[in-house]
Ligand binder design. Structure first.
Ligand SMILES: Cc1cc2nc3c(=O)[nH]c(=O)nc-3n(C[C@H](O)[C@H](O)[C@H](O)COP(=O)(O)OP(=O)(O)OC[C@H]3O[C@@H](n4cnc5c(N)ncnc54)[C@H](O)[C@@H]3O)c2cc1C
Length: 512
C-alpha cells in the first residue's frame, strides 16, 4: 500500500523517466553495477536517479513521512543512498523492497576560485577518474581514491586514504564544504563557517545526517608527474617489506610526508599460492627522473617478480589506471586479489572487507600475517577465492593533518601514531560460500584484534569504508565523538529520518 502511494507521489513531483522498476533494463543494469554481487542480490522496489539537488530535496520531502512510518507500519517505505556503490557491505547503499536513491547523475566536476584557494566541486555521484581528468594539466592535486572508478560520495564521508595522504591527510579532512539535503528537505552548506558541527560530523559520520549532493575539496599544488607503481614478490620477502615500512614510519626525524607505501599479501585459489605487493608513491614536487631514495628499500629489493615491477614517474591519471578495474586481464592483477579486475556492471563476484587498526608494531603485524595465512586454510577450496591482507599506514603526519584541516569524527590521535589499518578483503564466486567466508574473515579479524589488545597495540578505530556489520564503527570513534555525532543528528534530524528511514550503514543509536 505504502509503496504505491510513494510512487504516485514521486511521479507527481519528479520526472517519472528517472524512476526505474524491477525487470526494466535500466533497473537491472543499475542494480547489477555494485562492486559486490552481495549488494546486487538486494532488490529495491524502485531506483530513483535525481538530476539536481532540488530533485533530491523533493525526494526526501516526499519520502520522509513514509520512511518515518507516519502512515503506519504497513505503509512504511524506507530508502537507501548510493553514490559509487563501491562499498561491499550488503544493504549499505541498497535496500530490499525500499527505494534506492542513486546519485549517479549528479556527476558534475568544476574548478572554482575561492580567494587564493582553488576548490574542486564534485557532484556526489561522480567517480574519481572524472575529478583527476579535470585536474590533469592544471598543476593541482586532490586527495582521492587510488582507483579511477572509485565512488566519491561514500569515501568522502568515511575517511579515505589517497596517494597524498601522508602529506595531505585523509580524504574527508580535505572536504572544505558539504552541500547537504537535510531531513526537512532544506539544502544547506556545512563548512568551517556555516553549520560547522555538521561539517565535522560528516567527516566520518557516513549517511547519518542527510544526502550530500556536492563535495567541495581543497586542492594543492601538484606539478607534473610523481613516482608511483608496485613491486610484486613472494611470501618469503614479506617480513623484509613490513620491516622497511615500520622503519620509515618510525624514523627519528619523521617519516617522509611525500612517501606512501601500502603492503598487501594475497592468496588466490586459482593459483593456490600467496603473492605480495608493495604499492609505492612519492609525490614530492622535487621528483626527478631518478628514483627517490625513500622508495628504494621496496622498489630495489630483490628477489621480486621483476617483469611486474611498475615503479616509475607517472601522472595521477596513470597512477589510478594501475588499479584493477582499469587494467583487465593483466596477470599481476590475477595473482593479487586486492587488485583484481572488477567488472563495471552486472557484477557476479561476491566481496567483503573487514578491518582492525593497530600501532605500527612488528610483532603485532607478523602475528596478524600468521593469523591470516592460517585462517585461510578453512576456505581455500572455495570457488574463485581471492583473499588479501593489507597494511595501510596512517603516519603521524597523516593524523596531524586532521587538526590542520579543522577536525573530523574519527577519533584518531596523532600521539597514538604511527598506525596501521589492517584490512582483510575477499572476493569469491558462490553464494553458497558466503557463510564460510564471512566466518573466516570475522574470526581472523577478531583474533587479530584480541592479539593486538593482548600486546597493548590495539587502537579502537575501525574504518567505516572497509567495515562489516558486526563492527561497531561509531562506538570505535570513542565516547566523545559518538556523543557529538548523536547531538548533530538530534539537531539536524530530530525525527531520525536518517536513523530509521535510511537503515543501511552504521547508525548512531542503539547498536548494542
Ligand atoms: C579498486 C578499488 C580501489 C580502492 N582504493 C581505495 C583507496 O585507495 N583508498 C580508500 O580509502 N578506499 C579505497 N577503496 C574503497 C572505495 O573507494 C570505497 O569503498 C568507495 O569509494 C565508497 O564510496 P562510494 O561512493 O562507492 O560509496 P557507496 O557504496 O555508494 O556508499 C557507501 C556508504 O556511503 C553512503 N553515501 C554514499 N554517498 C552518499 C551521499 N552523497 N550522501 C550521504 N550518504 C552517502 C551510502 O549510503 C553508504 O552508506 C577502493 C575500492 C576499490 C574497489
Amino acid at each position: 500500500m505504502g509503496f504505491e502511494q510513494v510512487i504516485k507521489a514521486l511521479r507527481n513531483s519528479l520526472p517519472a523517466s528517472n524512476l526505474f522498476f524491477e525487470g526494466e533494463r535500466e533497473y537491472e543494469a543499475l542494480n547489477g553495477s555494485y562492486l559486490s554481487a552481495m549488494e546486487s542480490d538486494i532488490r529495491p522496489a524502485a531506483i530513483f536517479r535525481p538530476e539536481s539537488r532540488k530533485q533530491v530535496a523533493k525526494f526526501v520531502k516526499i519520502m520522509r513521512p513514509f520512511s518515518l512510518g507516519e502512515h503506519g507500519e504497513e505503509a512504511t517505505v524506507r530508502f537507501a543512498i548510493r553514490s559509487g556503490g563501491q562499498q561491499p557491505l550488503p544493504g549499505v547503499a541498497n535496500i530490499e523492497g525500499g527505494i534506492t536513491l542513486d546519485l549517479g547523475l549528479l556527476n558534475s566536476v568544476e574548478l572554482q576560485k575561492n580567494g587564493k584557494q582553488t576548490v574542486v566541486s564534485v557532484g556526489a555521484g561522480a567517480r574519481w577518474g572524472a575529478v583527476y581528468d579535470k585536474l590533469d594539466g592544471t598543476g593541482l592535486g586532490v586527495t582521492g581514491v587510488r582507483s579511477a572508478s572509485g565512488g566519491v560520495g561514500g569515501l568522502s564521508l568515511t575517511g579515505g586514504v589517497s596517494f597524498f595522504s601522508s602529506r595531505e591527510g585523509f580524504v574527508c579532512d580535505n572536504v572544505l564544504n558539504y552541500e547537504v539535503v537535510l531531513a526537512s528537505g532544506e539544502i544547506v552548506n556545512a563548512n568551517e563557517h556555516e553549520n560547522s558541527d555538521l561539517w565535522i560530523s560528516l567527516r566520518g559520520g557516513g549517511n547519518n545526517f542527510g544526502v550530500v549532493t556536492r563535495f567541495d575539496f581543497r586542492t594543492f599544488p601538484q606539478p607534473g608527474k610523481f613516482w608511483g607503481g608496485s613491486v610484486f614478490y613472494f611470501l618469503s620477502s614479506w617480513p623484509y617489506h613490513v620491516g622497511a615500512l615500520l622503519s620509515e614510519l618510525r624514523k627519528k626525524d619523521a617519516a617522509d610526508p611525500n612517501a606512501h607505501v601500502q603492503l598487501s599479501i594475497g592468496y588466490s585459489s586459482q593459483f593456490a599460492q600467496f603473492a605480495c605487493q608493495s604499492q609505492l608513491s612519492y609525490t614530492g614536487a622535487d621528483a626527478t627522473e631518478s628514483m627517490p631514495e625513500v622508495l628504494k628499500p621496496w622498489a630495489d629489493r630483490h628477489p621480486q617478480i621483476e617483469q611486474l615491477n611498475s615503479v616509475r614517474l607517472m601522472t595521477l591519471r596513470e597512477a589510478v589506471s594501475e588499479q584493477p578495474a582499469e587494467s583487465k586481464g593483466n596477470v599481476r592483477y590475477v595473482i593479487i586479489p586486492l587488485t583484481r579486475p572488477r567488472p563495471q556492471t552486472n557484477s557476479a563476484v561476491r566481496c567483503a572487507y573487514m578491518n582492525v587498526t593497530v600501532k605500527a608494531d612488528a610483532p603485532t603485524l607478523f602475528e596478524a600475517t600468521e593469523i591470516f595465512t592460517n585462517s585461510l586454510e578453512s576456505v581455500k577450496a572455495c570457488s574463485g577465492l581471492m583473499s588479501s591482507l593489507t597494511f595501510q599506514p596512517y603516519s603521524v603526519n597523516t593524523l596531524r593533518q586532521t587538526v590542520r584541516h579543522g577536525g573530523n569524527s574519527l577519533g584518531l590521535d596523532p600521539s597514538d601514531g604511527p598506525l596501521i589499518n589492517i584490512m582483510v578483503s575477499t572476493y569469491w564466486n558462490k553464494k553458497s560460500d558466503d557463510a564460510a567466508i564471512l566466518k573466516y574473515m570475522s574470526n581472523a579479524t577478531s583474533y587479530m584484534r584480541r592479539e593486538a589488545q593482548r600486546r597493548n597495540k590495539l587502537v579502537p578505530f575501525v574504518s567505516m569504508n572497509h567495515a562489516w556489520t558486526h563492527q561497531d564503527v561509531i562506538e570505535c570513534y570513542g565516547e566523545e565523538n559518538k556523543r557529538a555525532l548523536q547531538e548533530t543528528s538530534i539537531k539536524y534530524d530530530p525525527e531520525g529520518l536518517f536513523q530509521r528511514g535510511v537503515p543501511g550503514g552504521f547508525k548512531l543509536f542503539n547498536r548494542k
